[in-house]
Ligand binder design. Structure first.
Ligand SMILES: Cc1cc2nc3c(=O)[nH]c(=O)nc-3n(C[C@H](O)[C@H](O)[C@H](O)COP(=O)(O)OP(=O)(O)OC[C@H]3O[C@@H](n4cnc5c(N)ncnc54)[C@H](O)[C@@H]3O)c2cc1C
Length: 250
């Protein structure tokens, strides 16, 4: 299928991106396109404007900040996966990225795009939540920091405003015992359910409209996952219990 018509914009600076997002009605940021383009092709999204950020210079840095790792908007998932800094400071992010899709998709897909997209079955939002990280959002109104605990609002929904660009995601160091475990039909598929352990903290994904923090002693408590052709609600609860046990035994 072909996407519905849209007006294409290719700004060269973050300020230009913010100006466009602030002035255009119904605009969407295009980063790696690995989620947005299929949505357009299936006509599940019909934005009037696409603001392509791929030509913005100097927006792909991966650097150490406040004892953790900051990943800018255009840093590709593959670059973050290969980064020596990330492997040293926050190896949990590398472990998570190896579960995201396939390498060809990670060559284009961005870490920030995955977080902004907020798929409930995505690994990176759950990692950000488990670690207690945050994102930095920018618009013509200024810059603000949004903690992961306040970012994820629903299925494909975040606290980012329509005119805000997610300029950076910040992951605290994951030195403490940490692990990400998931169950999926095939390698590279979205998870049926998954868990992230960061020290004593546990986050679950694929079992609620957003990633959620859970009590490691009773991870299934209060969960009401949806069922589909791939897994019943009970099976998803069974999975998070079994995976949490494994993550904390490791
Ligand atoms: C076959 C396949 C399998 C996949 N499997 C997985 C998987 O197992 N786990 C997983 O997590 N993901 C998976 N993905 C999704 C992939 O990781 C995407 O790359 C990622 O979710 C989105 O990143 P992107 O840079 O491609 O964003 P895009 O597709 O460009 O954008 C996605 C959404 O985020 C918004 N957005 C992007 N960047 C920003 C920004 N900086 N500021 C504000 N809004 C922004 C866009 O407007 C859009 O709404 C899969 C994709 C495919 C095609």
């Amino acid at each position: 299928m072909k996407p519905p018509p849209f007006e294409y914009h290719a700004p060269a600076t973050v300020d230009e991106v913010c100006a466009l997002l602030g002035s255009l009605e119904d605009a969407k940021v295009l980063a790696g396109g690995q989620s947005l383009i299929p949505l357009l092709n299936f006509r599940l999204a019909r934005p009037a404007h696409l603001v392509d950020i791929n030509r913005v210079d100097g927006a792909d840095r991966i650097y150490e900040r406040d004892g953790g790792v900051a990943v800018q908007a255009l840093a590709r998932q593959a670059a973050v996966e290969d980064s020596e800094l990330v492997a040293r400071v926050c190896p949990l992010v590398v472990d998570a990225l190896r579960l995201v899709a396939h390498r060809v998709i990670r060559n284009r897909g961005t870490v920030c795009g995955s977080i902004a997209h907020a798929d409930p079955a995505s690994e990176l939002p759950a990692v950000l939540l488990a670690l207690g990280g945050h994102v930095v959002a920018r618009s013509t109104r200024g810059e603000r920091t949004i903690p992961a605990a306040e970012l994820f609002a629903g299925v494909f929904e975040t606290a980012l405003a329509q005119d805000e660009l997610l300029v950076e995601a910040w992951f605290p160091a994951s030195g403490k015992p940490s692990a990400i475990l998931e169950e999926s039909r095939r390698h590279g598929d979205f998870a049926l359910a998954g868990v992230v352990r960061a020290g004593d903290r546990l986050a679950l994904f694929g079992v609620a409209p957003t990633p959620v923090l859970a009590d490691p002693r009773d991870p299934g408590r209060g969960l009401k996952p949806s069922g589909d052709l791939e897994a019943t609600p009970d099976f998803r609860i069974h999975l998070v219990r079994a995976l949490s046990e494994k993550a904390f035994a490791a």
